[in-house]
Design a protein around this ligand. Sequence first.
Ligand code: SF4
Ligand code: SF4
Length: 172
Amino acid sequence: MRGKRPFLQGLLKDMSDLLHNWETKSAEHQKQYKNFLQRPDKNKVLKQLPALHEEAFSKVDCLKCANCCKNYSPRFKATDIKRISKHFRMKEGEFIDQYLLMDDEGDYVANRAPCPFLGADNYCSIYEVRPSDCQRFPYTDEDILIKRPRVTQKNSTFCPIVYYVLEKLIAP
Ligand code: SF4
Ligand code: SF4
């Protein structure tokens, strides 16, 4: 046991250090992320992602963050609108009028930020029926992480989970 303690302490320090001041480190490492995402070893990355995704979610508490729900809107696709308006027992048109607007790309998005469905406790009030974009965000277990490098880079500036996964991927 004695021999293991310094190793364990070192490991714990490493884990907490990675997320300490993560916003600053993410800003400083954007160029490295860009270089990495330009020519990733796709097979290697796809093999690493499931474990890194789990690891990042075990260290970051989304309920203490909610940066995504506070600042950005998911797309509300037709199937999302149908499901959520049914949940509220509203007509789809009423739901759209009350909560959504159409953005420049022709997608329905929330008409305000933070998201109207975000509670003061950072819980999503429509969690069971939330849009598919919300179910998939932050895409750290999908190939989209390397297929859409610009989006991944942007996400790494406000999502500590994306930051964490990228840091692990670029580590020597
Ligand atoms: S920004 Fe990332 S860490 Fe924060 S709540 Fe959203 S998914 Fe979770
Ligand atoms: S629907 Fe829920 S999970 Fe999606 S942005 Fe709004 S509060 Fe967040």
